[in-house]
Ligand binder design. Structure first.
Ligand code: HEC
Ligand code: HEC
Length: 154
């Protein structure tokens, strides 16, 4: 029943956010996770070991460029990418990332308006307090099909 409550809360939060943002707000992105990029072995090997290889459509191209440019200090960790792999990732993410939005180059999927809309505060607070989940970037803790790009399974 906790899940049903969470879903009801999510629906309510969506309605409230929808009104607050108005037409053309965050909901314009609501189907972005339906868009699947072809899998890229270099991307999965370089960006899918510490966390899920996030779908390119989850962030604008400008964000992916900023993440790659900042690879020397990626959320506190240095990432080392060979020039060949870097070129491959730049091309893949520029092709399949979202068009640049009005928000510049946000670095976090979990702070995107659509993400906050789908995961309201009560759900996020509960997840952060649960040691088996810990962080919202731990998509697979709640979405069993996350690695396959399935997010509507629960
Ligand atoms: C050595 C481990 C490691 C590798 C490899 C790695 N990351 Fe990360 N990444 C992290 C950590 C740690 C965080 C912060 C997680 C958090 O705060 O929840 C993070 C966060 C992120 C986030 C934001 C997640 C959110 O909260 O929305 C994105 C996007 C991201 N990484 C993309 C990439 C990309 C692109 C690559 C490949 C170029 C990559 N990562 C490779 C460790 C890694
Ligand atoms: C604490 C559990 C939890 C975590 C962690 C989590 N989600 Fe969710 N997510 C949910 C719930 C609950 C819903 C709303 C019910 C549903 O639609 O499945 C949801 C909905 C979604 C949806 C909308 C699905 C649809 O078709 O309506 C997407 C996309 C999504 N999450 C992606 C992600 C991504 C990407 C991550 C990691 C960056 C993530 N989620 C992390 C619980 C979580």
């Amino acid at each position: 029943m906790a899940r049903a409550r969470a879903l009801a809360t999510a629906a309510l939060a969506s309605a409230v956010l929808g009104i607050a943002l108005g037409p053309g707000g965050a909901r314009a992105d609501s189907d972005l996770y339906e868009r699947r990029a072809p899998r890229d072995p270099a991307y999965e090997a370089s960006c899918g070991t510490c966390h899920l290889a996030f779908a390119p459509a989850f962030l604008p191209q400008s964000s992916w460029s900023a993440l790659l440019a900042g690879r020397g200090a990626h959320f506190g960790l240095p990432l080392s990418l060979s020039p060949e792999v870097l070129a491959e990732l730049e091309s893949y993410l520029a092709t399949h990332g979202n068009a640049p939005g009005e928000q510049g180059a946000p670095l976090k999927v979990t702070e995107q308006p659509w993400f906050l809309d789908e995961h309201p505060a009560r759900l996020r607070d509960g997840a952060l307090a649960d040691p088996t989940i810990g962080r919202m970037s731990n998509c697979a803790a709640c979405h069993a099909g996350a690695a396959q790009g399935e997010f509507d399974d629960d």
